[in-house]
Design a protein around this ligand. Sequence first.
Ligand code: NAD
Length: 485
Amino acid sequence: MASTTPGYTLDFDTFHNTINNVLTRTQTTRHTLDPSTEVPLPEVPVATQDDVDAAVRAGQAAFSAWRERPVDERAAHLERFADAIEANLADFAALLGREAGKPVQAANMELAFALGHLRATAKLRVPEVVVEESEERTASVRYVPLGVGVGIVPWNFPVLLGLGKLDAALLTGNTFIWKPSPFAPYSALKLGELGALVFPPGVLQVLSGDDGLGPQLTAHPGVAKVSFTGSSATGKKVMASCAATLKRVTLELGGNDAAIVCPDADLATVVPKLGALAFLHSGQICMDVKRLYVHASIYDAFLTQLVAFVKTLKMAGAGDPDAFTGPVQNSAQYARVRGLYADIAEQNWAVALGGLGGEGPHRQAKGYFLPPTIIDNPPDASRIVVEEPFGPIVPVLKWSDEADVVRRANDSMMGLGASVWSADVANAERLARRLEAGTVWVNSHFELAPHVPFGGHKWSGIGVDWGVEGMKGWCNPQAVWVRKL
Ligand code: NAD
């Protein structure tokens, strides 16, 4: 397939790294499998240390001119980049669907949000702040770019998470190397090619590789900053590697988000929302609802309605336009999550819906499908409550004492998001403010916007992405003292 829009024509069948605006090949290549069908996808490059060195050199060379351009000019480049993506939108949606196992509506949603993110971020500015102004002197703080930035992203939102780092990095005057996940490198590589038509050489580069590439980038002395999104376990390795050269680091890590449903919540309203928020992208979103705490007085009714609602969510391959959610994204994750399903019988958990026994796309010979599964009130210490499943399986837990449910929601090393659901908004906000998470919501969850920063507390991360606060993470603050003699 190929886009036909003049100026931004792309071939979506062959894939290259983009280094210094040149499309490069590597001696070794690899490919992934379409998670809906297990059909092999095209070959992608496996970058070497030489490729990393070349990209870092090009990024350094481009930095001095790029940082000197007026911010409005850098913003105009981001707008043009968004136009170029938009010109290829249908092809990107199909590609993203195939590589990530996203049904059409989910792929379109990610792309629409990513485009909106580019355009909205292009309008943001990091203000210079005058801290003191007197007859004798002025002291102000400005924010200056760092140099070559690296964005390392996971496979669950391969476009949005990369673009959401790239836009802030470039707008603040850094150059950027994008390292997609080896499980979902395709869209990022095409976006790199498209970037070569928009940005000066060395400003945006994309490298795909195997498991060795991330460590090569985090260890490279020419890289000034690493912004990482992925698991907490890998985040710790990234931070340790970056420490050797004192790189700036932002870490967006795993989550185990709790949602607390209060006794006065209107079930007809909250059940469909929470059902969708728990199973969106088959539970493979850092901010999916992963622990549902429901008040004992409404627990049975809630569970019955939740089961009925989740049964209406169609799970099917990326090609099915009616599918709400698709397969688990890769075989390793599939094996891991299947282990949780295996625990159902072993741990004697009560199953309200799902498990591996029933009918569903998991019966197909191909595709990494696992049925939406709801576990009824397992013990707090069970794996399904303590660990981040990152698959379509969620526990519903009973609560009766407010202080106790806040304690249980906070009893986790994770602290990404949390929410409270109630008709009494003021009381819900009071509870939400007691939750230990980087984002708390009342009567919603996973509500995000390009101008609102997000990040994790505890083992869910360090620093924030998005918004002006996220942009500051791509800068060094500089204090400027001017004495008026
Ligand atoms: P992962 O940690 O396995 O991999 C993430 C990225 O890190 C990949 O690009 C991978 O190639 C790279 N990587 C692996 N080892 C590395 C190393 N030693 N040095 C440098 N880079 C390395 O995560 P995943 O399985 O791809 O993604 C799922 C996880 O991501 C979940 O825990 C999920 O909650 C989390 N996540 C967090 C957010 C957030 O915003 N907080 C968003 C999406 C996903």
